[in-house]
Design a protein around this ligand. Structure first.
Ligand SMILES: [Fe+2]
Length: 135
């Protein structure tokens, strides 16, 4: 079973961001699947590395779009991104070190974070862009 089922309530209305969020959900589901297959398998390590690099790439995209649009909450959004990159990096190190308890903490954390990140934080950017288009 997938960790996160994509549904259109997760769309924020900014095409590039929405596309990347869908990809992020896929990576999380791949990681979840690989972890269910067990411990420090080559798959887990590989997908974890994908997650780390895609997360950074995605945040860079968002920050670029936010800066270009003059989004006033960019600074606080960037802080949240930095905290998340640090956290994912820590988890990644645990995965590399083969810590067996990581799965149980990582999956709920990522699931929860993704939902909050998209529905609360990024959605504010989506609303800002919608207001900008309407103006
Ligand atoms: Fe995002």
């Amino acid at each position: 079973m997938a960790l996160i089922e994509w549904n259109d309530s997760l769309l924020i209305g900014v095409e590039e961001v929405d596309r990347q969020h869908q990809h992020l959900v896929q990576v999380l589901n791949r990681l979840h699947h690989a972890m269910q297959m067990g411990g420090k398998s080559p798959d887990v390590v590989c997908v974890m590395q994908d997650l780390v690099s895609y997360t950074k790439y995605h945040f860079e995209t968002e920050e670029r779009l936010m800066a270009a649009a003059g989004f006033p909450e960019l600074a606080s959004h960037r802080l949240k991104h930095q905290a998340m990159v640090a956290k994912v990096g820590e988890f990644s190190e645990e995965v590399m070190a083969g810590k067996s308890t990581v799965t149980m903490r990582l999956m709920p954390f990522l699931k929860d974070w993704l939902a909050k990140h998209i529905l609360e934080t990024d959605n504010r950017f989506g609303e800002y862009m919608a207001r900008k288009r309407a103006a």
